[in-house]
Design a protein around this ligand. Structure first.
Ligand SMILES: Cc1cc2nc3c(=O)[nH]c(=O)nc-3n(C[C@H](O)[C@H](O)[C@H](O)COP(=O)(O)OP(=O)(O)OC[C@H]3O[C@@H](n4cnc5c(N)ncnc54)[C@H](O)[C@@H]3O)c2cc1C
Length: 428
C-alpha cells in the first residue's frame, strides 16, 4: 500500500518505521523543517538537546524497547536526579519520601496525609475509575486541604492555568502511578531515536518531506484513494493515510462540520527557554515552582542529570510553561519575556544575573497539552475516522496517562497493528 503519514513526530516516525517493515510504500509529510515534533532537538555545544526537557521513566516499556530495537540501548542510562519545590520564598528538597516528610511549609500531620495519599495513588490499579472526579476534590479529601493547596493545586494551576479546577483525577493518578524516581536519558539526546527512525524509513525506500504543511485530506470515493494537499499546493495520492496531527488541524484538513466534536478538544500551548549558562542556577534537576506569583511553572537544570561537558561546558536551564495561546506568556516576544522572567530567576538564586546566560533558545508549540477534564474518555475521538481510508492517531487520544514519547510509540504500534495489518488494508 501507498501510505501517507501526516506529521513526523514520535507517533508518525514510529508508525512509518513499522509500516516500512511490513513492506508498505511510506511517505511522511511534516510541516516543520525538522523531525521530532514536540520531542525535536537543537544543537547545544555540538550535542543535540531537546527543545523541551525530556526524560523517560523506568516503566516506559514501549519507548525503551524502541530505543533498544534501534541499537541505542547501551546509550540509555537511568539516573536518580534531584527534585525541589520553591514555596514561600524558599527552595525545599523534595526528592525522597523522607525529604517530603521534612517539608516544613505544611504541618506534620498533613505531611503524613500527603505521603499516605501518594502511596494510595501508587496502589490504585485502575485509575480510570477516578476519571469522573475532579483532581482538586480528590486531593483535598485524601491529602488534606493544606497539602492540596501547597503541593498539588499550584502544580495543577501551573500546568492547566485557569482550567486547573476542572482537571480529572484520572490524569493526576496516572502522573503519580506510572512515574518512577529513576529517569532515563539517551546519552547524546533523544534526537538519535528520531534520526535513526528516519534513516530506517529512508533505507527501506520511504520518503520524508519536511516543510510540507498538509491542509487537505479528502477521499471522494470510499473505495478510492485518499488525496492529500499541502499549503504550498503539492498534491499526493495514497491508498491509506495516518494523521498524527492535533485534532483541530485534522478537523480542518478533512473539512469537518463546525459541530464536529473533533473541534472541541482543548489544548494548552507550551513555551520553553533553554538558557546556556556559564554556571549552575539551582541545586536540582527538577524544580516545581509552587508560588502562584511566578510566571513560569517548571525550571529544569538538565546538567544536574547530564554533565555540562556534554554541552561544551555550558550549564543548561530550561524554563518552561503551559499556557493558553492568547496568554501574554505565549504572545510576548522572547527577548522581552526573558527580561520579565529574570527577576523571578533571581528569586530562585539571588545571585542570578542575565550576564550568566551565554546564549538562549526559545521554542513555542500551540498544541502541547490536552486538557483532561472529567468524562474525557467519552470525548476521545476514535482512530477510525469518517473517511474510510484515514486513521487518526493523535496525542489527545492518550488516556488516562499523560502524553509522552512512550505512549506515542505505543499508540503508533497499536494503530499500525489494528488498522494496517488486518482486513486487507481498510480500517476494520
Ligand atoms: C514541555 C514538554 C515536556 C515534555 N516532556 C516529556 C518527557 O519528559 N518525556 C516524554 O516522554 N515526553 C515528554 N513530552 C511529550 C512528548 O514530547 C510528546 O508526547 C510526543 O513527542 C508526542 O509525539 P506526537 O508525534 O504524538 O505529536 P507531535 O510531537 O505533536 O507531532 C506531530 C507532528 O505533526 C506535525 N504537524 C502538525 N500540523 C501539521 C500539518 N498540518 N501538516 C504536516 N505536519 C503537521 C508537527 O509539526 C509535529 O511534528 C513533553 C512535551 C512537552 C511540550
Amino acid at each position: 500500500m501507498r501510505v501517507g503519514i501526516v506529521g513526523a513526530g514520535a507517533t508518525g516516525l514510529t508508525a512509518g518505521f513499522e509500516l516500512v517493515k511490513d513492506g508498505h510504500e511510506v511517505t511522511l509529510l511534516e510541516a516543520e523543517p525538522e523531525l521530532g515534533g514536540l520531542a525535536a532537538s537543537i544543537s547545544v555545544g555540538g550535542t543535540p538537546l531537546e527543545r523541551y526537557y525530556h526524560h523517560v521513566f523506568a516503566g516506559d516499556t514501549a519507548m525503551i524497547s524502541l530505543i533498544e530495537e534501534l541499537g541505542l540501548g547501551p546509550r540509555l542510562r537511568f539516573h536518580s536526579p534531584t527534585t525541589g519545590i520553591f514555596y514561600d520564598g524558599r527552595l525545599h528538597d523534595f526528592t525522597s519520601p523522607l525529604q517530603m516528610l521534612r517539608f516544613t511549609p505544611i504541618p506534620l500531620l498533613d505531611r503524613l496525609r500527603f505521603g499516605m495519599s501518594s502511596v494510595l495513588l501508587k496502589l490504585i490499579r485502575d485509575g480510570e475509575r477516578l476519571g469522573d472526579r475532579r483532581a482538586i476534590e480528590w486531593t483535598r479529601r485524601w491529602a488534606g486541604r493544606r497539602a492540596s493547596e501547597v503541593i498539588w493545586e499550584p502544580l495543577l494551576a501551573g500546568k492547566f492555568g485557569d482550567r486547573a479546577d476542572e482537571v480529572s483525577m484520572a490524569w493526576l493518578w496516572a502522573r503519580v502511578n506510572c512515574r518512577t524516581f529513576k529517569l532515563g536519558y539517551v546519552d547524546g539526546g533523544f534526537d538519535q531515536v528520531y534520526t535513526r527512525l528516519a534513516e530506517r524509513i529512508s533505507a527501506a525506500g520511504g520518503k520524508i518531506e519536511l516543510g510540507a504543511r498538509v491542509d487537505g485530506i479528502r477521499q471522494a470515493d470510499p473505495a478510492g484513494p485518499v488525496e492529500v494537499t499541502t499549503r504550498e499546493g503539492t498534491r499526493y495520492s495514497f491508498d491509506r493515510v495516518l494523521a498524527t496531527v492535533p485534532q483541530s488541524t485534522f478537523a480542518k484538513a478533512i473539512g469537518a462540520e463546525p459541530d464536529d466534536p473533533l473541534w472541541a478538544a482543548g489544548y494548552l500551548g507550551a513555551t520553553c527557554f533553554i538558557l546556556e549558562l556559564d554556571r549552575s542556577v539551582i541545586p536540582y534537576y527538577w524544580l516545581n515552582v509552587n508560588d502562584p506569583d511566578f510566571p513560569f511553572l517548571a525550571v529544569v537544570e538538565h546538567t544536574r542529570m547530564i554533565p555540562p561537558s556534554e554541552y561544551g561546558g555550558r550549564h543548561i536551564l530550561y524554563v518552561g510553561n503551559y499556557v493558553p495561546r492568547d496568554d501574554w506568556r505565549y504572545t510576548t516576544a522572547p527577548e522581552r519575556l526573558l527580561e520579565r522572567f529574570a527577576p523571578y530567576l533571581r528569586r530562585l538564586n539571588p545571585d542570578f544575573e542575565l550576564s550568566w546566560v551565554r546564549r538562549w533558545h526559545y521554542s513555542r508549540a500551540p498544541f502541547a497539552q490536552p486538557i483532561v477534564t472529567p468524562g474525557y474518555r467519552d470525548r476521545i475521538p476514535a482512530h477510525r475516522t469518517p473517511l474510510p481510508g484515514v486513521v487518526l492517531a493523535t496525542m489527545s487520544q492518550i488516556y488516562p496517562q499523560d502524553r509522552g514519547q512512550n505512549y506515542a510509540v505505543q499508540m503508533a504500534r497499536d494503530v499500525v497493528h489494528r488498522y494496517f495489518r488486518r482486513s486487507g488494508g481498510r480500517p476494520d
